[in-house]
Design a protein around this ligand. Sequence first.
Ligand code: MN
Length: 249
Amino acid sequence: MIATTGLVDFHCHLDLYPDHALVVREADAAGVFTLAVTTTPQAWPRNQELAQCTKHVRAALGLHPQLVAEREDEIELWDQHLVETHYVGEVGLDAGPRFFKSLDAQKRVFRRVLERCAQAGGKIISVHSIRSAKAVLDLVEAHLPPERGKIVLHWFTGTKTEAKRALELGCYFSVNARMLDNERHAAMVQAIPLNRMLTETDGPFTRTGDKPSRPADVAHVVEVLGRLRGLSADDVANLVRGNLRALLG
Ligand code: MN
């Protein structure tokens, strides 16, 4: 395994592990630049508090599309906290069978998120797009001018054509191990230029070995991505770190 210092886990739910404070400390000690996304703005203050004492962990303010059916009202709370952070996530759309019913509400929320980010400027947004790549990109194109904020498509599973459109809109992609296990998704990842690529675990929703992935497990993603692209793991790690710097630039 390669060293974890300087690797990037740009989408991990640190607040969903049994010991939130411990996984934050572990990620920081491992030197993994970790974006700790939140699924509801109610979880934001604690996430922000823990992340603020670290060098490598940053908290993102989210309202997960899978929770919008019950929590659409919390967009008001999301809005109140927005001024406190550069990072937004997890937000987006989910048109899978379990969440399709709330898709109209999800679109209202995501549109509001994009509009408020466009007004504020300078936000970096980690976006979920299950079975909704076209709708997500339509909303991004309509409501977030590229110079007003940056989109990172997390666990993107759209087509190559949709990925190409996303690239034209200036989006980045955060790639995890599960995507690289899947032949169709790996082929789509293969087509993403290296300068738009970030890495993620989406822990605890992916597993490494027999345990929920933690930020240091992103080393595995870097190695697999290297094999896919014919690069050393160190080269991939350096590229991704450079991409993060460009994104934050
Ligand atoms: Mn997630």
